[in-house]
Write a protein that binds this ligand. Structure first.
Ligand SMILES: Cc1cc2nc3c(=O)[nH]c(=O)nc-3n(C[C@H](O)[C@H](O)[C@H](O)COP(=O)(O)OP(=O)(O)OC[C@H]3O[C@@H](n4cnc5c(N)ncnc54)[C@H](O)[C@@H]3O)c2cc1C
Length: 406
């Protein structure tokens, strides 16, 4: 087995794999993707809503806005080229009270600024024409949105990496990184990997990997669990496409929504509740190490002081099915507890800084011989191909020791 590479990517989720594809396309000669788990898509990439986001929500000019727009179209092309089931089904964002109208206006403005052309303002009648069971006073129909199963996308990306001469090593958790002349040694349970350059795409572990590589960063990953309910088969007809509320602009989450998947199933969720472990997919999962690190991070307490009310509300909604269903009834009043059953959960790797701010935008940073993805929550699955291309474009200069990202 070759254990010496030009580039090692730590983390084989959709961002790491898309970056590997782009680096190999732009001429990387020897590259390995080190993935901790034994199967692909064990974390965020395999546990998300499966939406190819339009980019309507993001601040114009931000990385999220630009990379989501480019990534969305690249994702549709990739799915078409590789025969992955997907659909450009569109979605609606529904305002249920007059208080939400200014935020809906702002989304309409952002849609124009972000170059969306298939966005239409709807009144209650048009909303019901599209989604007969929805209750709302106004809405936006967004035609650019689509759906896909991202685990399938990741499997295809891994094949492309191998077709282009890269290697994907499963069960290869990076446990230590040591600098050496001309590069690094990465320790994994299987072997020591010698590499000239590192790209850190480790999702919920990215801040730890950055520190392991000797980077100083003031961000810490805070895990927010998103829990879903499944609509029972005989009630799936309540939802034709995708139905979203108007999001609260104070938070980087979209609010519980209804999503139809490519296999016809319908999910409601996800909520956003603080998880007690970075891989804490159930309420009982507690990691003393993760919690100790979070509670010792000054930014956590600043965030908690500011947002504790929302935190308590989300916790209540996590514990009480009735509270969850009540949130869903805002969008579809006729939905009842007996129409849903608890489903799966995912963990968002959200970066928090030392001032207590939840980072809104993607964060890509560089160091000598290194690129680090330090914040890649939603819509990073949509944007993954564009994120990969952005990193690959910077890589040559960064790996020569120059600055390229800022
Ligand atoms: C509930 C939920 C809903 C979402 N909905 C959407 C959506 O509809 N549309 C959208 O675009 N985005 C959505 N997202 C966001 C999207 O899923 C993520 O932004 C995206 O998957 C991030 O990809 P990633 O590769 O950075 O992370 P991951 O998929 O988490 O991959 C990181 C990988 O790094 C590996 N790793 C960690 N530590 C190490 C180590 N030490 N050594 C080696 N490997 C390591 C992990 O095993 C993992 O496989 C959602 C996320 C969640 C949680």
């Amino acid at each position: 087995m070759n254990d010496s590479f030009d580039i090692a990517i730590i983390g084989g989720g959709i961002v790491g794999m898309a970056t590997a594809m782009a680096l190999l396309k732009s001429g990387a000669r020897s590259l390995v993707v080190l993935e901790a788990e034994h199967e692909l898509a064990a974390h965020q990439t395999g546990r998300n809503s499966g939406v190819i986001h339009s980019g309507i929500y993001y601040k114009p000019g931000s990385l999220k806005a630009t990379l989501c727009a480019a990534g969305r179209e690249a994702m549709f092309r990739f799915c078409a080229d590789r025969g992955i089931t997907h659909e450009r089904c569109g979605k609606i964002i529904v305002a249920t009270s007059a208080r939400e109208l200014p935020a809906l206006d702002e989304l309409e403005r952002r849609a124009r600024a972000n170059g969306l052309v298939r966005v239409r303002r709807c009144g209650p009648h048009e909303l019901r024409e599209r989604e007969p069971h929805v209750a709302g006073i106004a809405g936006l129909e967004v035609g650019e949105t689509g759906i896909v199963r991202y685990a399938s996308v990741l499997e295809e990306m891994a094949k492309v990496v191998q077709e282009r001469g890269g290697e994907v090593r499963m069960g290869s958790r990076a446990t230590q990184v040591v600098s050496r002349p001309g590069g690094f040694v990465i320790e994994t349970p299987r072997s020591e990997v010698i590499t000239a350059n590192i790209v850190n795409c480790a999702g919920a572990q990215c801040d730890r990997i950055a520190r392991m590589c000797g980077m100083e960063t003031d961000v810490q990953i805070i895990p927010f669990r998103g829990e879903y309910y499944d609509l029972l088969p005989h009630r799936r007809s309540l939802v034709k496409h995708l139905i979203y509320p108007v999001p609260d602009p104070r938070y980087p989450f979209l609010g519980v929504h209804f999503t139809r998947a490519t296999d016809g199933t319908v999910e409601a969720g996800p909520n956003a509740v603080l998880a007690f472990a970075r891989n804490g997919y159930t309420r009982d999962d507690v990691s003393p190490e993760d919690m100790g690190q979070l509670l010792g991070f000054p930014g956590f307490w600043k965030m908690a002081r500011q947002h504790w009310r929302m935190g308590v509300m989300e916790m209540h909604r996590s514990l009480s099915e009735a509270a969850f269903v009540k949130a869903l009834q805002k969008l579809i009043p006729e939905i009842r507890s007996e129409d849903v059953t608890p489903g799966r959960a995912g963990i968002r790797a959200q970066a928090l800084d030392s001032t207590g701010k939840l980072l809104d935008d993607f964060r890509l940073v560089e160091g000598p011989g290194m690129l680090h993805v330090l914040n890649a929550p939603s819509p990073a699955a949509t944007a993954s191909i564009a994120i990969g291309e952005r990193l690959a474009a910077a890589a040559e200069r960064v790996f020569r020791g120059e600055r390229a990202l800022v």
